[in-house]
Design a binder for this molecule. Structure first.
Ligand code: NAG
Ligand code: NAG
Ligand code: NAG
Ligand code: NAG
Ligand code: NAG
Ligand code: NAG
Length: 374
């Protein structure tokens, strides 16, 4: 009896120690994701989604993922890897301001795999660990857990919410997704390695304001017509995907619950693809399509400021965007980055490189400061 009691006490002691050391010992996910309760994992594919957790009393950190190719039949390029998910990892010690940065490229279709993301950490320190998905929905990442010394598991918090007070949401096309922003020249083929949404303007601006962010962006997507469509309108433009927690599966069971995350402001960046190739959509169809998108978000988010932009590619429908903005007043603002781009700022296939994103960020930062007073 006595022995059992002391066992119980030491169990309690051990348990409270664990609680004390690990605090909220789960993995928070910022961005849309699906929690799979059967497999106890997070299913992630939208660009820029990030995972965050704190660790202490450990030298090593492992993460367990399964990465599944989204469109096995759809190989866009034979020259380059266009299917992998890549994460930017930042491990920051609470006490020193030093960051340990690295990259994690998931192996596609390899099954559940453990990846070591840190070794030689100081067990007396507490670290915050962040994994930022830097690729768009090229494949589906299933995250199961983080594992630290002693075989301690940190599982997904299905109710993850923002850890920061400020929140921004970005919707858009390839520019928002960071398509080709790490290409050295316009001739380089698209690849997962050269798509880095972490360095695209949305996350750059968010970091400047210490804001959490959501990004729903799809390369080639339009308001009513996607890139290269032989018709004036497409069956599956942006609105087809906008409600989904997953880019790869729009079935109703994965509908995103908008009440979970209310941004302070939104940036809408679409229209370039609608007017990129011929035939162009009819202007009134485009305007109506865009206004429908705006009312959709207004319905869920109310009167938050909306920053609307296009380009800065040549031929983008700047005039139409301005017309939409004047029709949608108040609380709608034009972000003007007309004519800011020079040829040395181009990433692959006339997209924008990291430097261009930095220039765009500075302009957007000024607009947000003026409107939100941040
Ligand atoms: C990590 O710890 C810090 C400080 O206690 C806390 O503010 C933050 O929310 C924690 N992060 C996570 C992902 O729990
Ligand atoms: C470390 O990373 C954080 C983002 O997690 C960033 O805000 C901070 O500026 C970085 N610090 C250094 C010294 O690079
Ligand atoms: C174009 O639209 C027509 C009718 O509106 C449809 O029958 C046809 O399948 C469309 N073409 C493509 C390639 O989507
Ligand atoms: C998205 O959600 C809105 C509001 O619930 C709904 O009206 C609309 O039909 C949905 N769109 C799609 C493509 O499911
Ligand atoms: C979407 O998910 C549902 C439920 O898991 C599944 O039945 C369906 O086949 C999926 N659709 C696609 C296109 O993967
Ligand atoms: C946007 O900037 C361009 C180039 O500086 C300028 O010509 C244009 O008038 C501006 N448009 C608006 C609506 O401010």
């Amino acid at each position: 009896m006595k022995q059992n009691f002391s066992k119980f006490i030491s169990f309690l002691f051990y348990f409270s120690l664990i609680l004390e050391v690990f605090g909220d010992s789960s993995v928070s996910i910022i961005g849309r994701f699906v929690f799979d309760s059967k497999e106890n994992c997070a299913i992630i594919d939208w660009p820029g989604v990030y995972l965050q957790f704190n660790v202490s009393s450990t030298q090593e950190i492992w993460v367990e993922f399964d990465d599944v190719q989204k469109f096995p039949q759809n190989k866009r390029s034979l020259e380059a890897d266009t299917t992998s998910n890549i994460f930017q990892i930042i491990i920051q010690s609470f006490n020193s301001k030093i960051n340990i940065t690295s990259e994690l490229k998931l192996i596609v279709n390899e099954g559940k795999t453990r990846y070591q993301i840190a070794s030689n950490l100081d067990p007396s320190q507490t670290y915050s660990v962040s994994l930022y998905k830097r690729t768009e929905a090229l494949s589906i990442a299933k995250f199961y857990r983080a594992i630290i010394d002693g075989g301690i598991n940190l599982y997904v918090n299905p109710e993850s919410k923002s850890l920061k007070n400020r929140k921004l949401e970005f919707i858009g096309d390839s520019v928002v997704a960071g398509y080709g922003d790490e290409c050295k020249s316009i001739d380089e083929p698209f690849s997962a390695e050269t798509e880095d949404v972490y360095l695209a303007y949305g996350p750059v601006v968010s970091r400047y304001f210490d804001a959490d962010y959501f990004i729903e962006a799809i390369s080639g997507i339009g308001v009513v017509r996607n890139y290269g469509d032989p018709n004036k309108t497409s069956a599956r433009p942006f609105g087809f995907y906008m409600n989904s927690s997953l880019r790869s599966n729009t079935s109703e069971q994965y509908s995103w619950d908008y009440s979970k995350w209310q941004p302070d402001a939104m940036v809408l960046h679409l229209g370039g693809n609608d007017y990129s190739t011929l035939p162009h959509p009819d202007d009134d169809v485009f305007i109506k399509g865009y206004r429908d998108l705006i009312s959709h978000y207004r319905y869920f988010y109310g009167d938050i400021p909306m920053f609307i932009t296009t380009g800065p590619m040549y031929g983008d429908p700047v005039k139409l965007i301005q017309e939409i903005i004047s029709l949608e007043q108040p609380n709608v603002y034009f972000v003007n980055w007309t004519n800011i781009l020079t040829p040395d700022l181009e990433g692959c296939q006339t997209q924008f490189n990291v430097e261009a994103h930095a220039i765009m960020s500075n302009i957007l930062i000024k607009s947000i400061q003026q409107v939100l007073g941040w």
